[in-house]
Design a protein around this ligand. Structure first.
Ligand code: XMP
Length: 552
């Protein structure tokens, strides 16, 4: 167990996993717990510091999530963010009120550079071009420290309520036009309150501020690193597995691939990976997975590839209802996995690529339980004979899983792969799935991804930075619509491809990416010219909500 641990106490805000990820980026291990966690349990965990997150409630309303006064007396540094900041003040005798207007978005904030929270803040350019000694009238009203100690920074605000009176012993160390206490500290008691969201990237110095808290104020030295994680995980997997056999359903996605590489390092040929190619993968993907993990690949493990495309297409014939398609794809996977594992015989452990967001979202971690409405293909087969489950990636966020993947020598292309749904192209083909429709969507998607990647690379060469429009996920889907077109002198009656590209932080909300029109035009003309059966290309502008990212 890592000795240095910070606890993130979850009050239900939308950025709470982000808080934990940013803390981990400071090489400090942290875990998320609900605000309902008893104080004794918190003390038992012996944290070096505690962060109280934001949340959607108002502290002064009956029944709002709260914390006992005793929490603030256990002697470890505590940082309250947004709701957490208001709660800290409310519980300790301050006052929180509803403001006349919501303060939302990127906000110019004046900070006291003498505060330990703001060490090293203030050396980047942007909003500091606006002078700290030129205050607006509203800012002047909220001014609470000397101009010569003042720096300007940009933060991300999202609140209605504000701290109208600080609890005893607190001093304001930041303010904005609309918020007299954008940050406050009680140095003696090591209590800190921040109204804004340092975890959001729009807070330009957010990571520095969190670093100051966990490293300088809490005194963590930064022992959480992925190379040491690999060492520790290899050791504990070997101890747990002993001479046993481990079975893993490898999908070729980031999590199961990293897991395969990690297990291979720990137990070599005691591991068997079953890779089911359901014929709904992207172009050439099955072969790419085999190249990395198969006989010719770099990893020491047993690899079984099952080519089940025909079997899936047969099951999916005539089915167009999305949920039914998902169910069939999931069930078929379990059947195949069971058949294969019966051939292998008894195994001791089943390995699962569970990662920390799965733990939190299934309600075991924090408060903001988001129950996933979709499942990966590899649910838990109940007839496979095994003693126990191992989940070595259970404590890691996705970006940490990727770092582990790089440590283990998995090719970057796989490690930084964009998300791909378990049911694969099955949810990117609207209506019935057929072999021909799979071909169409695979080819169109391949062209689309090739052109986007090329445009991003070109942009990077010219501007030395990534384009703002660079999508976090992008793919082609096949609509079920056929329409009349004309090619040469011929009338056509073919399918329409929909191009999807989104920018998102958490895949829970998303916006269509602003891909330059000329790039879209190139993609369109290549698809029409190169993919037989397509005569129209649409770009999907829908945000999520109300849309979803996938088509079905
Ligand atoms: P939606 O379509 O729900 O997608 O907006 C959000 C994110 O989840 C991925 N997704 C899935 N992933 N199994 C998965 O493993 C699924 O059934 C599934 N459906 C959607 C989607 O690609 C996006 O990143």
């Amino acid at each position: 167990m890592d000795k240095e641990k910070v606890l993130v106490i979850d009050f239900g805000g939308q950025y709470n996993q982000l808080v934990a990820r940013r803390v981990r980026e400071c090489n400090v291990y942290c875990e998320i717990y609900s605000y309902k966690t008893p104080l004794d349990k918190i003390k038992e965990m012996n944290p070096m510091g505690i962060i109280l997150t934001g949340g959607p409630n108002s502290v002064y309303v009956d029944g709002a999530p709260t914390a006992g006064k005793e929490l603030f007396e256990i002697g470890v540094p505590i940082l309250g963010l947004c709701y957490g900041a208001q709660l800290m003040n409310h519980v300790l005798g301050g006052e929180v009120k509803k403001a006349e207007a919501r303060e939302y978005g990127k906000t110019r904030t004046l900070i006291n550079k003498k505060s330990v929270l703001f060490e090293n803040v203030g050396d980047s350019i942007d909003p500091r071009e606006s002078y700290a000694d030129v205050l607006s009238e509203k800012e002047r009203n909220n001014k609470s420290f000397d101009e010569k100690d003042t720096l300007v920074t940009q933060v991300w605000m999202s609140h209605f309520d504000y701290i109208s009176k600080m609890a005893e012993g607190f001093e304001a160390v930041a303010y904005t036009e609309n918020c007299p206490v954008a940050a406050a500290e009680n140095i003696e008691k090591k209590l800190f309150a921040i109204q804004f969201h340092p975890e959001v990237l729009h807070t330009l110095d957010g990571t520095t501020i969190l670093y100051n808290f966990v490293r300088n104020i809490c005194g963590c030295t930064g022992t959480w690193r992925m190379d040491t994680f690999v060492e520790g995980a290899v050791k504990s997997i070997s101890e747990k597995v002993g001479n046993g056999k481990v079975l893993l359903a490898l999908s070729g996605g980031v999590d199961s691939s990293v897991l395969a590489a990690l297990l291979s390092k720990a137990i070599g040929k005691q591991l068997t990976c079953v890779f089911v190619d359901h014929g709904l993968l992207r172009k050439d993907e099955g072969d790419e997975v085999e190249k990395i993990f198969g006989e010719e690949g770099q990893f020491n493990l047993n690899f079984i590839r099952v080519n089940a495309a025909e079997r899936y297409y047969k099951k999916l014939r005539g089915i167009s209802e999305p949920e039914q398609k998902r169910k069939i794809i999931g069930e078929e996977f379990i059947r195949i996995f069971e058949e294969e594992s019966q051939k292998i015989g008894k195994v001791d452990f089943l390995a699962q690529g569970t990662i920390y967001p799965d733990v939190v979202e299934s309600g075991l971690g924090g408060e903001s339980a988001v129950i996933k409405s979709h499942h990966n293909v590899g649910g838990l087969p109940d007839t496979v004979d095994f003693k126990d489950i191992i989940e070595p990636l259970r404590d890691l966020f996705k970006d940490e899983v990727r770092k582990v993947g790089l440590e283990l020598g998995i090719p970057e292309k796989l490690v930084f792969r964009q998300p791909f749904p378990g049911p694969g192209l099955g949810v990117r083909i609207v209506g019935e799935v057929t072999a021909d429709k799979v071909r169409i969507v695979q080819e169109a998607d391949h062209i689309y991804r090739e052109e986007i990647d090329k445009a991003v690379e070109e942009y990077k060469i010219i501007y030395r930075t990534e384009p703002e429009w660079k999508p976090d996920q992008y793919f082609a889907a096949l609509t079920n619509m056929r329409s009349v077109g004309v090619m040469g002198d011929e009338r056509t009656y073919d399918y329409a491809i929909a191009l999807r590209a989104v920018n998102t932080i958490d895949f829970m909300t998303a916006e269509a990416s602003g891909i330059p029109f000329n790039v879209l035009q190139t993609v369109m003309s290549r698809i029409i010219n190169e993919v037989r059966g397509v005569n129209r290309v649409f770009y999907d502008l829908t945000s999520k909500p109300p849309g979803t990212i996938e088509m079905e």
